[in-house]
Design a binder for this molecule. Structure first.
Ligand code: SF4
Length: 476
């Protein structure tokens, strides 16, 4: 699988962005911030801005640059704003579920929320809200409703109250007419970073969104922390002790390679994954090729570690993204060819090491191997930069149900047989963890080892779904 958008199964989740900057065109900053986060969600994009008096929200289905034109942004004046790109992990893919979610508090002020993650106690929270809860179609909508209910005195207090009630993975940004706020769950499962602009502050899912607007990285929002940014600057408060469990899969697949954590860049971590994989699973071969893009850095690491030459053997259609034009049946049969095309003159007659980041359902890996053989590859040795995914994610990555996960039911040899590779090897969990430069205990590894850091209600776990049935159908 490789982003942006997935090639082999898991889907990205959401990206959030917020900015407070007097004298700047904040709608444009939000646009560019979201543009850098497009890989985290391609279904819808939205921006909310405030001029200190009114909040204006604009959102639509589609990619960021399909949704926002110069003229649409020109009508959005203000000095603070938030933005969101969405891939639906709860609720269906409709305009209503696009974010930012907007609510009016009982006293008539507004708030807009952009959320990344999945809550696990939505049923309880919705029950507590009564009829209002029944109308919520996503966990983000539910969060916004809870915040609006409690925001009469101060939105900051409402965030602290709400964060203490909700369970699950959440990194959100929220605004009222005069301030922006950011919060992370006590486990810090999903990322959120703080950046400094010459004239203000930025919050974003990944550091690439800071770079694109000229902000420099200050630090991460800490797990269990709320930051508030207004005309007085930035202030911080803690609503819970931090028990960090950052998503290991962000390093493998979700984040852009240029994302920086305190310990490493994702690029450097992926290089190390490839190098360690070369040591753990060597093979006699002629060429190492990546499945672009998220396999690219790791393939370089594998080539370096093994001494086998690196080459680009697959061309990716970079403009695929998410399309709303359904392919015809004959086009659908092309499957992976809509996204990747082999370079025959590179691979014909060669024994290939093919480096990819994960095998989710196995169907696309199978198509990939068949396509490489058709293009003349003499041997195809698949090397995966993570262990088999054996468990579903309940914290915001739409992988599959347990029944659909090929790693949940089959041995490595059975998976190899299914995908049709000459050999198949997965990176060990210990090696993968070491590439992050973080302690094992500070990472969520649940999709690999089944140790869920945040308890998941039985009915969700049993179904292997990351969606509560009352919140609408999961995306196909
Ligand atoms: S279960 Fe996997 S994908 Fe989900 S948060 Fe944990 S490590 Fe990330």
């Amino acid at each position: 699988m490789s982003g942006p958008g997935s090639i082999t199964g898991a889907r990205d989740e959401c990206g959030v962005f917020a900015v407070y900057a007097r004298g700047e065109e904040v709608a444009k900053l939000c646009f560019y911030g979201l543009y850098a986060l497009q890989h985290r969600g391609q279904e819808s994009a939205g921006i909310a801005v405030s001029n200190g008096t009114n909040i204006l929200v604009s959102k639509e289905m589609g990619l960021v640059n399909q949704v926002f034109s110069e003229s649409r942004l020109a009508g959005m004046d203000g000095h603070l704003g938030i933005g969101h790109v969405r891939y639906s992990t709860t609720g269906s893919s409709t305009w209503d579920n696009a974010q930012p979610a907007f609510k009016v508090t009982p006293s008539g002020s507004g708030l807009a929320l952009a959320h990344n993650g999945n809550l696990v106690n939505t049923a309880d929270l919705a029950r507590g809200l009564g009829a209002q809860g029944d109308r919520c179609t996503t966990d983000s909508e539910l969060l916004a409703t809870l915040l609006a209910r409690d925001a009469d005195t101060s939105l900051e207090e409402a965030i602290a109250t709400t964060c203490a009630q909700v369970r699950g993975a959440f990194s959100f940004v929220v605004m009222d007419e005069g301030a922006i706020f950011g919060a992370r769950d006590p486990h810090g499962v999903r990322p959120l970073v703080i950046g400094r602009l010459a004239g203000g502050w930025v919050l974003a899912s990944e550091t690439a969104a800071l770079d694109i607007v000229g902000a420099h990285l200050v630090r991460e929002v800490e797990p269990g922390e709320i930051v508030a940014i207004d005309s007085h600057g930035l202030r911080s408060r803690r609503y819970a002790d931090a028990t960090p469990h950052f998503c290991l899969f962000e390093y493998v697949y979700v984040a852009r390679p240029d994302h920086r954590t305190a310990e490493t860049t994702v690029y450097a971590a992926r290089r190390r994954m490839g190098a360690l994989l070369a040591g753990e699973a060597p093979v006699d071969a002629d060429l190492v090729i990546p499945v672009p893009d998220s396999g690219t850095a790791a393939a370089g690491g594998y080539a370096e570690g093994s001494g086998i030459p690196y080459a680009e053997g697959l061309t990716k259609n970079r403009y695929v993204g998410r399309t709303f034009i359904q392919p015809t049946q004959s086009l659908r049969q092309l499957g992976i060819r809509l996204k990747l095309n082999p370079l025959r003159d590179v691979i014909a007659g060669r024994r290939l090491v093919v480096v990819d980041d994960s095998v989710v359902r196995g169907n696309t890996s199978r198509q990939l191997v068949a396509m490489l053989r058709e293009a003349g590859a003499a041997e195809v040795h698949l090397r995966i930069t993570a262990p088999p995914i054996r468990n579903p994610c309940f914290y915001g990555i739409d992988m599959a149900t347990r029944a659909e996960l090929i790693g949940a039911g089959l041995t490595v040899e059975e998976i190899r047989d299914f995908v049709g590779a000459d050999s198949l090897a997965f990176l060990s969990l210990d090696a993968l963890v070491s590439t992050t430069r973080r302690p094992r205990a500070s990472l969520c590894r649940a999709c690999f080892d089944g140790e869920y850091p945040i308890p998941v209600p039985g009915e969700q776990r049993d179904a292997g779904k990351d969606v509560l049935s009352r919140m609408g159908p999961a995306p196909a």
